[in-house]
Design a protein around this ligand. Structure first.
Ligand SMILES: [Fe+2]
Length: 177
């Protein structure tokens, strides 16, 4: 009765999984198990209202992510493998490739709802749009020290590459197409 999802214990498990030889698979397996009861996560994890870094060291970065309804975060890379699990709301991930001229071209999209899990390779460029009427929340796990690597943002209109920082990120936020 009143079962709770223990976020701190989950972070500890993810940290352990990130140290194993098959770390991307091990992390994904943990996230799949957790997201299989997304209702429990949604009931147990508070709505922090913004992104929260739950843990980071040189092996792994674990984020609570919050996407606002009707908004798109700009195309960006991670420079490391990532596994995303969604437990509230719905988001559309648009993936991009760079044309020889340097402009961005959308190549595919993946819609994720509560319970869904997505693995992203280290060179992928994606944007995320919250397409539910309520915020979209997920646990994102990056296999490295995300805040310590040089990453890129891309202007959604021109495809221009910009350094990843808070000012550029906020300036490139757009209403979800
Ligand atoms: Fe991302």
């Amino acid at each position: 009765m009143n079962e709770q999802f223990d976020l701190d214990a989950f972070v500890d498990d993810l940290r352990d999984a990130a140290k194993t030889p098959e770390r991307t698979k091990a992390v994904r397996r943990l996230i799949e198990v957790a997201m299989s009861d997304s209702d429990l996560l949604a009931a147990s994890i508070p709505d922090f209202g913004d992104d929260v870094v739950l843990f980071e060291d040189e092996t792994v970065s674990i984020w609570y992510c919050h996407f606002h309804p009707g908004m798109s975060v700009p195309p960006h890379d991670h420079q490391m493998s990532a596994v995303i699990g969604v437990f509230r709301g719905q988001e559309r991930n648009d993936f991009f490739e760079k044309d020889p001229g340097g402009t961005l071209r959308k190549s595919s999209e993946v819609v994720l709802g509560a319970g869904d899990v997505l693995s992203i390779g280290p060179s992928a460029v994606h944007s995320v749009s919250c397409i539910s009427a309520t915020p979209c929340n997920g646990i994102h796990v990056y296999l490295g020290e995300l805040t310590q690597v040089e990453r890129s943002l891309f202007d959604p209109e021109t495809g221009q590459r910009l350094p990843f920082d808070d000012d550029n990120y906020n300036a490139l936020m757009r209403p979800a197409p």
